[in-house]
Design a binder for this molecule. Structure first.
Ligand code: FAD
Length: 413
């Protein structure tokens, strides 16, 4: 199709950003017959080699996310590439003796989720995007202006022209240009921490367990990936970020083993590493007439409980359901009253998870003797309260608020 045909049409929906959340949103709508344009600024690599090096960025996918991806027919792509189910989670603290152990067996589940590389999730969703005849994709685009006219969003793209749509979805990540162009404000909080991530090989097996230790610097986690391979999430004060990135591999290995209290023995090999400053962001609004934000464009949270993309995929599923319901009732899906239903559905849940992460962070910070004193009896007690533990894990695994249809077992197809 020529670019002039693309700009003559009025698209049912335009999604800006083809990351995990944007591609899921486009798929959910395109597979239900809506005419979608997906704009992404970077090429997406669908190639996969059996022995591909482990990627820096991984996600812990919840059961709800698994169901969304399965309902979008993209799970097979993940299985064809690489993923790792984890069956237990073990949490402990540097200064108090208690440990809390969550196990899939206690919950009568096969596993507690999956650790999957982000590029594997994105490529698996894109495979389906490219197979869907209702979705048109444009890569390497630069969006540069947005106006609202005639109950439509008009989006200018460099060197192409103006695209018109009933609904523009901003799925373009934490620094969303769509959010900025729509003049939507942002509530931010700097955690003054960074996360150092990457894969390492350890002396001892991870036992399909995610290990999380709370230290005076912040949490440290091993997420089980492959044969003695775990992805690390090492949280440090922001001013230590460059130090951690610059450490020679042998010293980095020693620091990692120390941060984990040698739980998996020594670190014997390290792959590429990366580091991210951690900032909580929450858009003041998720919607405006003819516009909606999803995923990191709407909210970012502390990744210690691995919830960011899980919340984003729930946004995608809730927005898809809201739009499809409106379409079925012959209502304009870009209208404010329709889009407010999506905002009411998701904003409170996302805010609750953001606040819970802050509560966790506060509780485990070793900055007050009183907190250590309270944790001392609490952690061993929490470990014995199987019902409470299972409830907490159930919330993380399955999501909290009323789940969108795409996140339930039965498919909407
Ligand atoms: C250290 C760390 C660890 C994490 N671990 C987990 C975890 O275990 N589990 C979990 O659920 N979450 C985790 N998260 C959070 C998770 O990575 C994010 O929530 C998730 O990547 C958000 O997906 P998204 O699609 O909304 O945004 P992104 O992944 O940022 O994707 C945005 C897409 O938009 C594109 N784009 C950007 N600007 C434009 C533009 N102007 N035009 C067109 N395209 C554009 C980008 O190229 C990209 O493809 C972690 C985050 C960090 C920092």
């Amino acid at each position: 199709m020529s670019n002039s045909n693309l700009t003559n049409d009025v698209w049912d929906v335009i999604v800006v950003g083809g990351g995990m959340v944007g591609s899921a949103t486009a798929l959910g709508l395109g597979q239900q017959g809506m005419k979608v344009l997906l704009l992404e600024k970077q090429p997406v690599d669908l190639d996969w080699q059996e022995n591909s090096a482990y990627q820096v960025r991984v996600s812990a996918l919840s059961r709800a996310s698994e169901k969304i991806i399965k309902n979008l027919k993209a799970w097979q792509g993940i299985e064809n590439r690489r993923f790792h189910p984890f069956t237990a989670m073990h949490v402990w603290d540097e200064v108090t003796p208690g440990e809390v152990h969550f196990s899939a067996q206690d919950m009568h589940e096969d596993n507690l989720g999956y650790i999957v590389e982000n590029n594997v999730i994105q490529a698996s969703l894109w495979e389906q995007v490219l197979a869907c005849e209702n979705i048109t994709t444009l890569i390497d685009v630069n969006i540069d202006n947005l106006v609202f006219k005639n109950n439509q969003a008009w989006l200018s793209v460099d060197n192409i022209g103006i695209f018109k749509t009933e609904l523009l979805v901003g799925a373009d990540g934490a620094f969303s240009k769509v959010r900025q162009m729509a003049n939507i404000g942002l509530d931010t909080h700097d955690y003054e921490q960074c996360a150092v991530v990457g894969c390492v090989k350890t002396e001892l097996p991870h036992e399909d367990t995610c290990w999380q230790r709370y230290t005076s610097n912040g949490p440290f986690a091993y997420l089980s990936m492959g044969n003695n391979v775990s992805s690390i999430a090492w949280y440090l004060p922001s001013d230590k970020m460059q130090w951690a990135l610059d450490l020679p591999d042998d010293e980095f290995s020693k620091e990692i083993a120390k941060a984990s209290d040698y739980r998996l023995g020594q670190v014997v090999e390290v792959a590429e590493r990366g580091a991210f400053p951690l900032v909580r962001r929450h858009a003041e609004h998720y919607v405006k007439p003819n516009l909606a934000l999803v995923g990191d464009a709407a909210h970012t949270i502390h990744p210690q409980a691995g919830q960011g993309v899980n919340l984003g995929l729930l946004d995608a599923a809730a927005l898809v359901e809201t739009i499809l319901n409106a379409k079925q009732l012959n209502k304009p899906w870009g209208s404010f009253s329709v889009l407010r239903k999506y905002e009411r559905w998701r904003r409170g849940d996302n805010a609750l998870v953001q606040r819970s992460m802050e509560g966790f962070d506060w509780f485990f910070k070793q900055d007050m003797a009183l907190k250590s004193y309270i944790r001392k009896p609490l952690l061993p007690l929490a470990n014995k309260l199987t019902l409470v533990k299972n409830w907490l894990m159930g919330q993380a695994l399955n999501g909290r608020e009323a789940l969108p249809k795409l996140a339930k077992s039965e498919s909407i197809h």
